[in-house]
Design a protein around this ligand. Structure first.
Ligand SMILES: Nc1nc2c(ncn2[C@@H]2O[C@H](COP(=O)(O)O[C@H]3[C@@H](O)[C@H](n4cnc5c(=O)[nH]c(N)nc54)O[C@@H]3COP(=O)(O)O)[C@@H](O)[C@H]2O)c(=O)[nH]1
Length: 670
């Protein structure tokens, strides 16, 4: 029996069945339904498939309502064993011998719909149903018959509803080319089962079609099933799995796909390819302090900027968070990869207008290339990552090309990071104090507190090594609070020991500065330790203050209200404008040691130092020069009217006791 009913039985992708109401049986169902309904249908007894008692009860409510003339819409939700949700719908039909039946269909509604594969044959006996009536019984089944030339013969209601009055099978196609090729395949009597775009009343939409032919008349039977929504879901699902929703950039999945194919290609053609691993510097600080919305916006802006400054044949991916990867295929030189890194640093490491602020962000970049640095993808990524870590730990806003020892360093990096948390809990830190000298009489007038980590195995670790780690991990907040508390206690201990007070400064990290309750925390510690705030100073960097100048001004005023002194550290290395300098309520400028190092060696450098001191004097700011190592530097600074100096010439940073001995030895003002 190869006719329309066979087509319906065998190929129908939907589950469909008929219920004999009086006998509580299922005289017919297709295989998709048999599979779907194992829960609701009880065992087959004497060749009859019976419906369960629960279903009988549920149906009786519907049937009773019908007898009362109340034609309720027949629509139930149904959750299949595999988690797919269906809507079960149907209508009453006559089964012959005065019996009533229900023709029922199940439509999948869940997003993750997987069509049940149409299974051939193996049908249950269709007792009182005559085959020719099936198409009209299945109201929502879209099926039509055409003569061998494609001229329309008949169709189910659903088909007509979807495609209107068509004269010819060609009318189903929006494009004549598609119609021609379809007709050619029909002429060859191909048994078509394919996904194709048809021109329906709802527009051109994707359909799954099944075509079969009458063995005698060669009439064409066409079954259509609109799969546009599934296609849309598939596309949405594909995007979800392969693209980053924030930046719309391809994600890690697609990165691996491209790298796999780049590797195959490079091996086959003996070509090279390279990757750049990018991580934004201090992004976590921004995210934590300004919130995720600001962080997200910044990531979007940065992604847009990076896209514009890489070559069109390079691909940019977002791995998540603040990590990006650029892939460049068919490149023969590391120089080309380095040029991309330079381009990114020049263009993307900049300020961004985000949430009405000017946010400054830089990137650290690691470069690795196939086959020089690794011959598989995981190691290539790992090595680029290690190079990126080298850039980060060397000082941010840099790029490094992978070298062999970098992978070892990354292990040390992680060990250090893991140990930092424990070190805070176990207070493995001490403060050293570097004297600040008044130039006119060379007496000690203050000190800078500098943290040291006394690691149980590694010995003393420099802050340059662990402060960036503490910043990245957020541990800088408890660590920074510890420094402030310890410095205040030290001041009190010196006072209680009978020494005249000196001014003690501590460094704030950028993340600490963004901490919302920083002013309150400092106030609390001052109260707790009883320190007179006039002897306590905070050192902040220009970039820290300029990240959000207005907020900085407010915060600085908060500190000033507490009576603290404020100093700009590393002055000259950032980019603070004079206009802002006047607005910041600061008292001291500390000239960066890079300028002091070249004093007397470079005229331009001397001019900068001289001008900085003159400008500071005119703004009523005290100037201190750091990194003073030679007498000639002292002489030059004296000539420019610099007030204070700090540096190895006078003393390295000292532990508390040594500092006191140093002060006493110099007959300081204590
Ligand atoms: N957020 C915090 N940062 C801190 C803290 N303690 C230190 N730091 C920062 O770590 C960086 C390195 O500090 P350190 O190794 O202590 O180096 C300091 C001095 O030893 C060094 N210095 C001083 N005089 C000279 C000199 O004559 N020559 C020379 N080559 N180096 C010298 O300079 C560092 C102090 O610099 P600065 O802070 O800019 O005054 C450093 O950036 C610290 O700021 C902390 O508790 N919190």
């Amino acid at each position: 029996m190869t006719d329309l009913s066979t087509l319906v039985h065998d190929k129908m992708p939907l589950a469909a069945w008929i219920i004999d109401i009086e006998r509580s049986s299922v005289p017919w169902c297709n295989d998709a339904a048999a599979e779907l309904l194992t829960d609701s249908l009880s065992d087959i007894k004497s060749g009859q498939r019976l419906i369960s008692e629960a279903l009988q009860k549920r149906l009786s409510v519907y049937i009773d309502a019908l007898s009362l003339g109340d034609a309720l819409p027949f629509k139930w939700p149904y959750l299949a064993k595999d988690g797919t949700q269906y809507t079960v719908s149907g209508s009453v039909i006559a089964l012959g011998e005065g019996r009533r039946g229900l023709s029922v269909e199940a439509h999948p509604v869940s997003v993750l719909f997987k069509p049940t594969p149409a299974v051939m044959g193996n049908m249950l006996p269709a007792q009182a149903i005559t085959a020719s009536r099936l198409p009209t019984q299945f109201k929502s089944l879209s099926v039509a018959a055409f003569d061998p030339n494609g001229v329309y013969l008949e169709a189910s209601d659903r088909f007509s509803e979807l495609f209107g009055d068509i004269q010819h099978i060609r009318d189903l196609f929006a494009v004549s080319g598609a119609a021609n090729s379809f007709m050619r395949r029909l002429e060859l009597k191909e048994l078509l089962s394919q996904e194709i775009r048809l021109s329906s009343k709802k527009g051109v939409r994707w359909h799954k079609i099944e075509v079969s032919y009458h063995p005698l008349t060669n009439d064409i039977y066409l079954l259509t099933h609109d799969i546009q929504e599934e296609r849309d879901h598939d596309v949405a699902l594909y995007r979800l799995n392969n693209y980053d929703s924030l930046t719309q950039l391809p994600n890690r999945n697609l990165l691996y796909q491209q790298l796999e194919s780049a590797l195959v290609n490079a091996r086959k053609r003996q070509r090279h390819f390279g990757i750049l691993y990018l991580d934004l510097d201090g992004f976590k600080v921004i995210n934590d302090n300004f919130g995720h919305r600001v962080g997200d916006e910044l990531i979007q802006r940065v992604a847009e900027r990076i896209k514009t400054c890489i070559p069109s044949r390079a691909c940019l991916y977002r791995l998540g968070g603040d990590e990006f990867v650029v892939v460049l295929e068919n490149t023969d030189s590391i120089d080309e990869l380095e040029d991309i890194a330079k381009g990114i640093m020049q263009n993307a490491s900049d300020t961004y207008p985000v949430a009405k602020m000017e946010m400054m962000i830089t990137a650290s970049i690691g470069i690795a290339s196939y086959p020089q640095h690794a011959d598989d993808i995981d190691n290539l990524l790992k090595n680029a990552d290690a190079a990126m870590y080298r850039a980060k730990s060397t000082g941010h806003n840099m790029y490094f090309v992978y070298e062999n020892d970098m992978a070892d360093n990354i292990d040390a990096h992680l060990t250090l990071g893991g140990g930092l948390r424990k070190a805070i809990e176990e207070e493995q830190f001490i403060l050293h104090y570097q004297p600040k000298i008044r130039l006119c009489d060379e007496v000690v007038v203050g000190a800078e507190a500098l943290i040291r980590w006394i690691h149980p195995e590694l010995g003393m670790i420099s802050p340059d090594q662990f402060i960036p780690l503490a910043e990245e991990s957020g541990l800088i907040l408890p660590l920074g609070e510890w420094v402030i508390r310890r410095a205040c206690r030290q001041l009190q201990e010196w006072r209680e020991a009978g020494f005249a007070p000196i001014k003690l400064s501590v460094n704030l990290s950028s993340r600490q500065f963004m901490q919302a309750d920083l002013v309150d925390m400092v106030e609390r510690v001052l109260e707790e330790t009883g320190v007179d705030s006039e002897y306590f100073e905070l050192e902040l960097t220009e970039s820290m203050l300029m990240a959000d100048a207005q907020q900085s001004i407010d915060k600085l005023h908060g500190f000033r209200k507490l009576g603290l002194t404020l100093s700009i550290d590393d002055f000259g290395t950032g980019y603070s404008s004079l206009a802002y300098l006047k607005k910041f309520p600061i008292q001291t400028l500390k000239i960066d040691r890079s300028f002091i190092h070249d004093l007397g060696l470079d005229c331009d450098n001397d001019a900068i130092v001289k001008a900085t001191i003159a400008m500071a004097n005119s703004l009523n700011l005290k100037v201190i020069a750091e990194g003073v190592e030679t007498r000639s530097q002292v002489d030059a600074l004296n000539g420019y009217a610099c007030e204070e100096v700090q540096g190895y010439l006078f003393s390295r940073p000292l532990c508390g006791d040594d500092f006191l001995s140093y002060v006493n030895g110099r007959s300081a003002i204590v």
